[in-house]
Design a protein around this ligand. Structure first.
Ligand code: URA
Length: 200
């Protein structure tokens, strides 16, 4: 059994907060164990709670479309959430819940070792870009320790606010060139690359 599958078993046993009492299924995450890119959303919604899989409701269908726009299928990337159990009524996650769940996401990232971490929405952005505002930093990246962090709006935002659809689509289209730059940086450490789109 792979280390990630072992981790899923551990996550399924977690009873650290009230969310565990109300969940139908835990939603650890899914995708390629050696993915170059991890997309991190907020928390499971109703559909995800029913199926135990991330992003399988309306926001997930849109995420699939966005992935297709850069010739990727969800099986080629890794998809996870900040929170692994659905908050009742889809309320916002509490700071204590985010803190309790943080270790699972950290272990997923350690095991997958992605080149790019894409934050979807403000909760995952807050984890990797503390103190920043999504309106200001969406579509920009930061590189730390050979990992590129890239902030995007949450796909569900476009379902509520049609005007964001174009922005989200455009931000997604920047990912292939970020990935190409990440590959160059990793392969050719002697000659630092000029990385565009970078915030810092
Ligand atoms: N929204 C999220 O943030 N995650 C999901 O898995 C589904 C909807």
């Amino acid at each position: 059994m792979s280390a990630l599958s072992e981790l899923y078993k551990e996550i399924a046993l977690c009873q650290q907060c009230e969310l565990a009492k109300h969940r139908t299924r835990v939603v650890p995450g899914e995708g390629a164990e050696d993915a170059d890119i991890i997309f991190i959303g907020e928390a499971p919604g109703w559909h995800e709670d029913q199926q135990g899989r991330p992003f399988v409701g309306p926001a997930g269908l849109y995420l699939d479309e966005l992935l297709a726009s850069i010739n990727l299928k969800r099986e080629q990337v890794y998809i996870a959430n900040v929170i692994k159990c659905r908050p009742q009524g889809n309320r916002d996650p509490l700071p204590s819940e985010i803190l309790n769940c943080r270790k699972w996401l950290e272990r997923q990232i350690e095991l997958i070792q992605p080149r790019i971490i894409v934050t979807l929405g403000r909760y995952s952005m807050a984890m990797f870009f503390p103190g920043k505002s999504i309106g200001k930093i969406h579509g920009t990246a930061q590189k730390r320790d050979n990992v590129i962090y890239y902030a995007m709006y949450h796909p569900a935002a476009a379902l509520h606010q049609q005007s964001l659809r174009r922005t989200i689509g455009e931000d997604m289209l920047k990912i292939p060139s970020l990935l190409a730059q990440a590959e160059n940086v990793v392969e050719d450490k002697q000659q630092p690359q000029q990385l565009t789109m970078f915030e810092v």
